[in-house]
Design a protein around this ligand. Structure first.
Ligand code: G3I
Length: 320
């Protein structure tokens, strides 16, 4: 694991897994996930999101999040916790109400107080605000932004800092892995919080990449340094690299290089502290449901053999 604090894999609670009918694979899956020594950190891919944790106003439910959190503790894993304020997988009541700014502030504070409070001490890091940006670096028109403007981001970080003083507080987004208008937007968020004296500790680069058109090592390094130079840590938080299925020798080689580049960049930049893949087993990836015709984005195939990209990751971690 080189100079990194962890190499992890997210996992879902069984009832939420992307493909049903795989129950006979769980024993082998669990063995690799928890007992093989491949991973040292995890994240529930769904269970800590607003839809699950506060499905009705003031009614909190930690059943799904606890399934993964309890396994993580049982097996001595670190945990990244995900995600407190996000426009997606939001409970419908948050979006369907006409809030005054003061009401919505209370809703955000109450949500973070209960959820981050419940998991206090169990999270290495929290994704406090997730995916607040459009591709051009402007703010996404979420319910939070429409009612509160960028103040909702300040409020979320301020509240999380009070509730869990020891968790690292992250801004997390996709398409931040090479320099772009969006990386500038994310830097703007970091500076805004720091200028206001509000704690932000890290930027999460989700790293949902594409094998056939991946960035170079140097592009990744530039993007990561752009953040670490602002005095925050960086992590690859949801790494997966999809390809056009079926997988073949060509796109698997591209995928291997893409994994090696992005993990290698993290290893090479001081301040990039960890890598997490967004599950490790292809059938449980979110990708095929979202991008028809694409898949096989993780490191273990359906038959539990390893992708060539696994070796690319090992080479990156060992500086080869
Ligand atoms: O809740 C139902 C459940 O009752 C049912 O049994 C199950 C059967 O398929 O479906 C469940 O809903 C699914 C939900 O995950 C929980 O499993 C939704 O259909 C599905 O769309 C949803 O997908 C998740 C997606 O976020 C939603 O945006 C993926 O599993 C999850 O991996 C994905 O993760 C996101 C990160 O949180 C943020 N960054 C992007 C990343 C990929 O989209």
């Amino acid at each position: 694991q080189a100079g990194l604090k962890y190499f992890g894999s997210a996992t879902d609670s069984p009832g939420q897994r992307e493909r049903a009918g795989y129950e006979d694979k769980y024993a082998q899956y669990d063995q690799i996930m928890w007992k093989s020594g491949e991973f040292g950190l995890t994240t529930p891919t769904n269970g800590q999101k607003w839809l699950f944790t506060e499905p009705e106003r003031g009614v909190f439910n930690f059943t799904e999040g606890d399934i993964v959190t309890n396994l993580a503790r049982k097996h001595g894993f670190m945990q990244r916790c995900h995600a407190l304020v996000w426009h997606s997988q939001l409970a419908p009541w948050v979006e369907s109400t006409e809030w005054t700014p003061e009401e919505l502030r209370q809703v955000i504070v109450n949500h973070i107080t209960h959820v981050a409070g419940y998991y206090k001490g169990k999270c290495y890091a929290w994704d406090v605000v997730n995916e607040a940006l459009n591709e051009d670096g402007t703010y996404r028109e979420s319910v939070f932004y429409k009612v509160l403007g960028e103040d909702y981001i300040k409020l979320a970080f301020e509240t999380a800092a009070k509730v869990d003083p020891h968790a690292k507080l992250y801004y997390n987004d996709y398409n931040l892995e090479s320099p772009s208008a969006k990386t500038e937007g994310a830097k703007r968020i970091v500076k805004m919080l720091k200028d206001a004296g509000i704690r932000i500790d890290g930027v999460g680069l989700q790293a949902h990449l594409v094998a056939e058109s991946h960035p170079t090592l140097d592009e990744h390094i530039d993007a990561i340094k752009g953040f670490t130079e602002l005095g925050v840590e960086v992590a690859l938080t949801e790494l997966d690299i999809r390809l056009s299925i079926p997988a073949n020798a060509t796109n698997l080689a591209q995928q291997r290089e893409a994994y090696k580049n992005v993990v290698g960049a993290c290893v090479q930049v001081r301040g990039c502290i960890g890598v997490e893949i967004w599950d490790f087993y292809d059938p449980f990836s979110w990708v095929p449901a979202t991008f028809p015709g694409q898949g096989a984005p993780l490191l273990w195939f359906e038959d539990f053999s390893k992708h060539p990209a696994y070796d690319g990751v090992v080479e990156a971690l060992t500086n080869r």
